[in-house]
Write a protein that binds this ligand. Structure first.
Ligand code: B1M
Length: 225
């Protein structure tokens, strides 16, 4: 039986040997991949975030925890990205916005979208509006996804949306997400949609890229507020 509390603790300590090993063991025991992700890893990162917020730990400790999380994501990646059957759901250009280096959540969203059959063009972190626009054109994007984790960088999402429209790409749906983002913020800046987590993001992507008339997909709901 997987000991998620211990896994959370090891992640908190930034133990990048034990966390991926425990991830492998949990999967080998038959634990569902999304359970391992949420209860074993994301729950641990939540504690890291809380302690960081209250100055009980500092950037170096957060960095170590992030590295342990990334090492475990390498184990999960093949399972999250394995598309069952159809791999032509559409092309998504995705990145973390300019000034922002957080990429764990964006990477998870990308992996799960790939698993749902989307082609992901990952622009990484610190992505400018010009880079989003160039990639959307080059790859004939069906959707653009932006992630931001900082209240100081989330405002740049509006810049990208405005510049996309000015560049004649206003027809491409834009989805946004990240810890400080909400549905009301998405509405305020004119984004096509917001999702609170990776699973909801994939549902949103499917809904926004579904051919007109595909009612089963268009009525899909997404999580979050
Ligand atoms: Co930073 N950091 N950090 N950090 N960090 C936060 C975001 C913070 C909330 C911590 C805190 O104070 N509690 C805080 C922001 C405060 C604010 O803006 N109000 C903060 C700060 C202040 C900073 C620095 C400024 C610290 C400093 O230098 N003094 C600095 C900024 C650097 C920069 O970006 N310019 C900084 C640096 C770092 C590290 C480099 C050390 C590291 C990042 C490593 C990396 O990503 N490669 C880091 C980390 C790890 C965190 C916390 C602890 C964890 C983030 C994370 O990975 N969560 C974070 C605390 C928190 O978020 N509460 C914090 C796990 C991940 C799975 O969740 O990313 O939310 P998340 O993604 C979710 C959803 O949000 C959603 O789905 C994902 C999966 O379910 N989602 C989308 C995400 N993107 C989406 C896109 C979509 C749809 C859904 O559509 C396209």
């Amino acid at each position: 039986m997987a000991d998620y509390a211990l896994m959370n603790h090891r992640l908190f300590e930034g133990d990048r040997e034990t966390v991926p090993r425990m991830t492998e063991e949990a999967l080998a025991e038959g634990c569902p991949v999304l359970e391992v992700l949420e209860d074993g890893l994301i729950a641990g990162m939540r504690v890291v975030g809380e302690d960081f917020k209250h100055n009980r730990i500092f950037v170096p400790e957060v960095l170590l925890a992030a590295r342990a999380m990334k090492a475990a994501m390498v184990v999960l990646q093949p399972l999250l990205t394995a598309a069952d059957g159809d791999s032509s759901a559409g092309t998504i250009v995705m990145g973390t916005v300019k000034g922002d280096l957080h990429d764990i959540g964006k990477n998870l969203v990308g992996m799960m979208a790939e698993g749902a059959g989307f082609k992901i063009v990952d622009l990484g972190t610190n992505t400018s509006a010009e880079e989003f626009i160039a990639a959307a054109r080059e790859h004939d994007a069906d959707l653009l996804g932006m992630s931001a984790l900082l209240t100081t960088t989330m405002v740049y999402m509006k810049t990208v949306i405005d510049e996309m429209r000015d560049a004649g790409l206003g027809h491409i749906p834009v989805c946004i997400g990240g810890a400080p983002i909400s549905q009301s913020y998405a509405d305020e800046i004119g984004a096509s949609g917001y999702a609170a987590d990776a699973g909801s993001a994939v549902e949103l992507f499917k809904r926004l890229t579904a051919p007109a008339g595909d009612s089963a997909v268009q009525t899909a709901t997404v999580g979050g507020s």
